[in-house]
Design a protein around this ligand. Structure first.
Ligand code: HAM
Length: 399
């Protein structure tokens, strides 16, 4: 789990996202107004209790991070003074669900929320960020995206779903019978028969020209940078605030709870919560699920190490310490070792911890101001001048 979080944190500076900390305890109304009265989370999964103040304010343990971030954003006046903001948060969430593998009552989310960006480039940038995250962990994952429209085109889609739901009433579950008028989009999540949804109307057939153009740009941008995804026209989200782009990322080996990341656009939420009309979009990573997926894919080996610097004999220790120091200063994760043991043992340790490179310095290299740079993934080795090791690693890492 620490690895799952560390990899997400490491990405944030590269995307210009700053940390925000929001309370774990909030008034219940916050979630009723944002997560939504018709969502399962608010209907049946929140941990709530009355405070001891005079008004007996009802408070809830946060079931998700987005509402608290939106509240903080509005209360800080940013929606009016400086609307374009990017935040990340990490911490425990609480939902009263039936526990099973990958589904817990207290679980950890790492979330990102971006405000003030209505353009499709922003949707694409977040999806590229998620793709980067999975790649940085070496985790194979499947990305599904959809557009669920906006207030212009959603009503017609809702209507079509209600009509379809009535036609298939006997095949739907009891939850869906309740949802049909309140939140018909959720009919697509019917638990009884996953195949049934295939005959349901597709949100993509109902998109207005603006929503369609937006979705096309998201798709085209992902294609241009080589991010693989599938369009799933039946993908809907369980929380009420979403508009336009919605997405889920699934990993192998998790059984029923395979969604490791989920999110989407929520353009009306800031305004609905009393702020200015500022668009928003975000996602949350389920950290336990990522940890389980890493375990299933045999990818748990502690920290990610870029290079192991190996001093062959005492004389090379100072030089190797200097090189390790420079590599760390260049942003690389480095372990240093002196080969009192045999080189072979040091290399097998480097392989075991998943290091990509070994930097080897013996007496001969020391005298000539060079190192042997071994690419452990490619099984190749070459001589590099001491001052050029960081650049050589960065260059090889890009290939
Ligand atoms: P969510 O789909 O409810 O979205 O949760 C996001 C992720 O949290 C899920 O995909 C899953 O990995 C993890 N998760 C949810 N419930 C549990 C649980 N009971 N046990 C373990 N993991 C769980 C949200 O929460 C939105 N706030 C995401 C978002 C941010 N949308 C826009 N901005």
């Amino acid at each position: 789990m620490l690895k799952a979080e560390a990899a997400a944190r490491a990405l944030m500076p590269r995307y210009g996202v700053g940390e925000i900390r929001v309370p774990a305890l909030e008034r219940i109304q916050l979630y009723q107004r944002s997560t939504g009265e018709t969502s399962d989370v608010v209907e049946k999964q929140m941990y709530t209790f009355s405070d001891r103040d005079e008004a007996e304010t009802v408070v809830a343990l946060r079931p998700e991070g987005t509402p608290g971030v939106v509240r903080a954003y509005i209360e800080g006046g940013l929606d009016r003074s400086d609307p374009e903001q990017r935040f990340f948060y990490s911490g425990p969430m609480f939902r009263r669900e039936r526990p099973q593998k990958g589904r817990y009552r207290q679980f950890y989310q790492f979330g990102v929320e971006v405000f003030g960006r209505a353009d499709a480039a922003c949707d694409a940038e977040l999806l590229i960020m998620i793709d980067d995250y999975c790649k940085s962990l070496g985790l194979p994952a499947r990305m599904e995206i959809n557009s669920i429209g906006d207030p212009t085109c959603r009503p017609a889609f809702r209507e079509a779903l209600v009509k379809w739901g009535r036609e298939h009433w006997n095949e739907l579950c009891a939850d869906c019978h309740k949802r049909i008028d309140r939140n018909p989009l959720r009919l697509l999540d019917c638990k009884i028969d996953a195949k049934l949804a295939e005959s349901a109307p597709s949100s993509l057939d109902y998109l207005c020209p603006d929503c369609r153009a937006h979705f096309d740009t998201v798709r085209g941008t992902l294609d241009s940078v080589g991010v693989r995804f599938q369009v799933n026209p039946r993908l809907v989200r369980g929380l009420d605030y979403y508009t336009r782009t919605a997405f889920e990322i699934m990993a192998e080996g998790l059984g029923a709870q395979s969604t490791i990341v989920a999110g989407g656009r929520y353009d009306g939420l800031v305004e609905a919560m009393g702020g200015a009309a500022v668009p928003g979009i975000g996602f949350a990573i389920g950290l336990e699920r990522v940890a389980l997926a890493l375990e299933a894919a045999n990818l748990v080996n502690g920290t990610v190490i870029d290079a192991v610097v190996i001093a062959m004999g005492d004389a090379a220790i100072r030089q190797s310490a200097l090189i390790a120091h420079r590599l760390r200063a260049a942003g690389l994760a480095v372990e240093m070792t002196s080969a009192l043991r045999k080189l072979k043992a040091s290399l097998s340790r480097a392989n075991k911890i998943g290091a990509r490179f070994a930097v080897i310095i013996g007496e001969d290299e020391l005298a000539r101001g060079v190192v042997q740079l071994r690419d452990l993934a490619q099984s190749t080795q070459r001589e590099v001048a001491v001052g050029e090791v960081a650049a050589a690693i960065a260059e090889a890492g890009r290939n």
